[in-house]
Design a protein around this ligand. Structure first.
Ligand SMILES: *Cc1c(COP(=O)(O)O)cnc(C)c1O
Length: 451
């Protein structure tokens, strides 16, 4: 689909931003010129996907579109048991209803916010076991999504295996900057899990992008087909949750896929309760058909190459302007290191959010903070959790923008960079929700800002 774009003036944006309580989620799409808030559900579907929409089967039970989806997923991943859900967090809700209970410890690599939310909602704890290199944007490491096996060992030593219901491996790792996990690391995590008889669940939103990075960066994979790599990746897991709004290239949808029938049966009960009957789980038949086609498209080298090359083009332009970015560049987004960009803003005034607001005021480009607002408060102490990195994420929707748009984004960021010394104050929270506050938080300017 081709959609209109909406340009605006700085004066208009200043008013809109204030009306939106300095929360970029509160802006209307008509107030945004280029929307990099997320790559989730914002991709453009292909002619084959639109055709699939027209021929979708809307039978309540056993629809052909469900079997098309299920067979595609089984082909790609090897998992026999598939439960559709309305999106990724719904898959987490259903699966964690079976697997996670109060007091549990769930280790993983920088859990995504909804994943952590669903763990903490059940009074369990998510432990981040990502390698230390991930937190330093200036170090080159080809797989900054990797898990540190020593950190996993340590958690098992401290808490014992009875409190650990599973390991979660996020591919690619969104929260560290769309960074991939290597096949070698997946293998090591599998060995570790076998030792303690723990199941591994992949949080798989960008599994195809992860496979592309393995092909490009890991020894022994250059000549392998993307689908072969995908199949090997999932051979090290017991199941997956999927937000199909990412590498499924659909506007809404998700699923759970599992190796084990018993777990599938247990999850089925919750799927019927929360999502819908087993062969649609919150999705229309048409949407399942479009998703099946989207999965076939996203697991091709030509698609992944054009997508990731475009994302890296933005990264290179920013780097050429000396703007501090997470390296190597991620799969779906470029992440700006806000602590290095505007070091004078106090951490109590939300550095990442401050930079995202500046970019919007400058250009109408909407990005998102991946920093203290997102990290939220400690559930016990209610103090802010200050993450090691304050990032601004520029997420690129699939098949939507041209490289001319990419150049506009880079130029806008450079304009902000040129006046960075004048940005010394940030924002203070006026109102926030008890969990996942970043979506609805209301802010006001702290002290004298640069405006
Ligand atoms: C988007 C995402 C989710 C949640 O999926 P939704 O479809 O937004 O509910 C979970 N994990 C990761 C890694 C994601 O990127």
């Amino acid at each position: 689909m081709v959609e209109p774009m909406h340009s605006s003036t700085r004066l208009e944006r200043e008013k809109w931003m204030k009306d939106a309580k300095f929360n970029l989620f509160n802006l209307k799409s008509s107030q945004v010129y280029i929307d990099l808030l997320t790559d989730s559900g914002t991709g453009a579907m292909s002619q084959e996907q639109w055709s699939a929409i027209m021929s979708g089967d809307e039978s309540y039970a056993g629809s052909a579109s469900f079997y098309d989806l299920k067979n595609t997923i089984t082909d790609l991943t090897g998992f026999e048991y598939v439960l559709p859900t309305h999106q990724g967090r719904a898959a987490e809700n259903v699966l964690f209803s079976v697997m996670v209970k109060s007091g549990d410890i769930v280790p993983g690599n920088a859990h995504f916010d909804t994943t952590k939310g669903h763990i903490e909602f059940r009074k369990a704890t998510a432990f981040d076991c990502t390698i230390d290199e991930a937190a330093d944007t200036s170090i080159y490491h080809p797989f900054k999504g990797n898990l540190d096996i020593r950190k996993l060992e340590n958690i098992l030593d401290v808490y014992g295996k009875d409190r650990v219901p599973m390991l979660i491996v996020t591919v690619t790792c969104n929260s560290t900057g769309g960074q991939p996990v290597s096949m070698q690391n997946l293998r090591e995590v599998r060995e570790f899990a076998n030792k303690y008889e723990l199941p591994i669940i992949f949080d798989s939103a960008r599994f195809a992008e992860n496979a592309y990075f393995i092909k490009e960066r890991e020894e022994g994979y250059a000549d392998k087909d993307i689908r072969e790599i995908v199949r090997e990746m999932f051979s090290y897991a017991d199941g997956m949750t999927m937000s199909a709004k990412k590498d499924g290239i659909v506007n809404i949808g998700g699923f759970i896929a599992l190796k084990d029938e018993k777990l599938y049966k247990e999850a089925s009960t919750f799927n019927i309760m929360f999502e819908g009957y087993l062969s649609y789980g919150g999705m229309a038949g048409r949407d399942m058909a479009a998703l099946a086609q989207g999965l076939r498209e996203s697991t091709t080298f030509s698609f992944l190459e054009s997508r990731i090359t475009q994302v890296h083009y933005l990264g290179k332009l920013l780097k050429d302007y000396d703007i501090p970015v997470q390296e190597p560049f991620g799969g779906h987004a470029i992440f700006i290191d806000a602590l290095k960009f505007i070091p004078k803003v106090p951490k109590e005034e939300y550095v990442g959010q401050t930079l995202a607001i500046e970019l919007y005021l400058e250009s109408g480009v909407r990005a998102v903070e991946i920093g203290t607002l997102l990290a939220d408060r400690d559930p016990e102490t209610r103090e802010n959790r200050y993450p090691k990195l304050e990032l601004v994420r520029l997420a690129i929707p699939r098949r939507v923008y041209t490289n001319l748009h990419i150049e506009y984004i880079a130029a806008a960021m450079k304009n902000v960079y040129d006046r960075r010394d004048k940005i010394t104050r940030g924002y203070l929270i006026m109102d926030e929700a008890p969990i996942m506050r970043h979506f609805t938080v209301e802010l006001e300017k702290a002290g004298d800002s640069s405006l």
